[in-house]
Design a protein around this ligand. Structure first.
Ligand SMILES: [Ca+2]
Ligand SMILES: [Ca+2]
Ligand SMILES: [Ca+2]
Ligand SMILES: [Ca+2]
Length: 573
């Protein structure tokens, strides 16, 4: 009997030890329990930062380069990068000003123009905003097959000067840069050079009154002048070139005018020594614009489509981000944030004038850990666009609403998965895996007014997504502080656990300021059923408690970041 007593005592001690262990664990877990978590009202659970990009294009000679093409990449395209975000060009003022949405943890991006790659650092204002102000050098593409006749250099001498029409370069933006070289063999310094212009043509660069920097000297620019004939004139500042020295003179005119030129007159003056020649010109632009939309083939994402020119990808070309929802709003759920898990990739297609033409939504429905509800999904687009048509829909479930801004992509997630019943889908490890669904919906868009430069997050792709709880149109569940649509049943606001307070700009958050939905900047894993997101992702709480300043990449699958047992693992086939 004594033996059993001792054994019983040991078992008791063991239970005690285990209990102690459990106590320790549960106190640790309590710090990660969503019910104890209080977010700052200013913290909106953003995993993206709005970055105002202000970029200026110049050419290799330092002139402003209107319509200069460039790409933005999230990783280095010269070093195996795959994440292209934008292919676009600057405007008529050689500027591009737009808001980019980047993962918060990104400190830099890459700008690619031709073969030149430049790293741009984000000037970080706070955890949700930043800016980039920079300049890049744009080089026009060189086409292996030249259209028509290319320009040949022409040289002539007169009175101790050698004049060379050295180059005419098509900038592929409707302009051509003309380079003239003047060598002065006289022993008096060059005082000015005048180069004839086609009637009425005023070079866009260098501008009248500006200082032009040649290879040797600086010059005051008269653009245009009628003295001694209609021309652009370069007046030497200080002592001019002499005794065999040369300098180059460059200016930019429309390519059409350059192609129409048949001759060019160049005149140089040093003291009273004047030399003048007239050279033949036979020039044809070299850039190919197959569809005639003004965007040269190499810079045109749609070289055979005059209505389309550029792509903008969110989060990047061929990359996905993730939406995660709780579906019991206005009541709190279990915070597993897997009641709908769907990835998004958005392509905004614009024309040569940067106006929206299509929005292509690539969706990847991965999981729906919703018990009894059959949830729908919709997106509201910005107020300055109008959805005019559903050009393609892989599921044939999309509908445009009466506001011409809202599109319902599906009414019931089970129809998308092609299942019935009320089981959790792809969140409960012992349930059979239901094949995920990818499809694409192409929306035709019209721009009804110009967008502002600085935009709220819901005006940036993937825009304003929301869940239709159990397919009820008026029962919208949005990302924290995002606006609801015209169809919303506003009587639901501030009921149950929802603590929406319009006077403070608080929407779709609890009294502890916690959300019902999170938008993840990049595709990420998700928690298994009935497991709080804070238990599955080890740094979620630290991210929230630091107001998004720490562990901004908490959703990534990095060493120590995830509690693998609590992350849903897609079974191997
Ligand atoms: Ca084109
Ligand atoms: Ca095109
Ligand atoms: Ca849930
Ligand atoms: Ca769930």
């Amino acid at each position: 009997m004594k033996k059993y007593f001792v054994l019983g005592f040991l078992v008791l001690m063991l239970l005690f030890a285990l209990a102690g262990c459990n106590l320790f664990n549960s106190s640790k877990d309590n710090s990660k329990n969503m019910d104890n978590l209080v977010a700052d009202p200013e913290f909106q659970f953003n995993t993206t930062r709005s970055v105002e990009l202000n970029i200026t294009s110049i050419d290799k000679y330092g002139f402003f380069y209107p319509y200069g093409h460039f790409e933005i990449w999230k990783d280095d395209p010269a070093n195996g990068g795959t994440k292209r975000v934008i292919s676009i060009r600057t405007d008529e003022n050689a500027q591009f000003i737009k808001t980019l949405s980047l993962p918060t943890y990104y400190g830099s991006i890459f700008l690619k123009s031709g073969t030149i790659v430049q790293k741009l650092w984000v000037n970080i204002a706070n955890s949700t905003e930043g800016s980039i102000l920079d300049t890049f050098v744009c080089i026009a593409p060189v086409y292996p097959e030249i259209k028509g006749l290319k320009f040949d250099p022409q040289t002539a001498s007169n009175d101790g000067y050698v004049f060379t029409l050295e180059n005419m370069e098509d900038n592929c933006n409707g302009t051509t840069t003309i380079t003239v070289r003047v060598c002065n063999n006289n022993n008096r310094g060059l005082s000015n050079v005048a180069i004839s212009l086609p009637p009425g043509v005023i070079p866009s660069q260098p501008t009248n009154g500006s200082t032009y920097q040649g290879d040797e000297n600086s010059y005051n620019v008269e653009n245009p002048t009628n003295n001694p004939y209609y021309s652009i004139k370069f007046e030497t500042i200080g002592e001019g070139v002499k005794n065999g020295q040369c300098d180059v003179f460059r200016y930019i005119i429309p390519t059409d005018d350059a192609e129409a030129m048949t001759e060019i007159t160049i005149r140089a003056k040093a003291a009273q020594i004047i030399g003048e020649v007239t050279l033949d010109v036979d020039y044809t632009g070299t850039c190919n614009d197959s569809d005639g939309d003004g965007v040269t083939d190499d810079w045109d994402d749609y070289p055979d489509d005059p209505d389309r020119a550029f792509n903008r990808y969110t989060p990047a070309e061929g990359q996905y981000g993730t939406f995660m929802w709780e579906d019991l709003w206005p009541n709190k759920g279990d915070y597993d944030m897997n009641d709908l898990v769907m990835d998004y990739n958005v392509i905004e297609v614009t024309n040569a004038d940067h106006e929206i033409v299509d929005v292509i939504n690539n969706f990847y429905l991965r999981a729906a850990g919703a018990g009894f509800l059959n949830n729908g999904f919709a997106i509201q687009y910005p107020s300055y666009w109008e959805v005019t048509d559903i050009a393609a829909d892989g599921l044939n479930m999309a509908e445009i609403e009466a506001d011409n801004r809202t599109v319902i992509f599906f009414q019931n997630h089970r129809q998308v998965f092609e299942v019935s019943g009320d089981d959790w889908i792809n969140t409960y490890p012992t349930y059979p895996f239901i094949p995920t669904v990818t499809w694409s919906v192409k929306l035709s868009m019209t721009e009804t007014s110009k967008a502002k430069v600085v935009l709220p997050p819901w005006y940036l792709a993937p825009f304003n997504p929301f869940l239709l709880a159990n397919g009820v149109r008026s029962h919208e569940i949005h990302l924290p502080d995002y606006p609801y649509t015209y169809e919303m049943n506003t009587a639901l606001l501030d009921t149950g656990d929802d603590a929406t307070d319009p006077s403070s700009g608080i929407y779709f958050r609890t009294a502890n300021y916690l959300p019902w939905a999170i938008l993840i900047a990049e595709s990420c894993d998700y928690a298994i059923e009935m497991t709080q997101i804070s238990d599955a992702f080890n740094y979620f709480v630290e991210w929230v408690q630091s107001d998004g300043t720490q562990k901004q990449d908490w959703y990534l699958d990095l060493p120590g970041y995830q509690n693998e047992d609590l992350i849903y693992q897609v079974p191997a086939k």
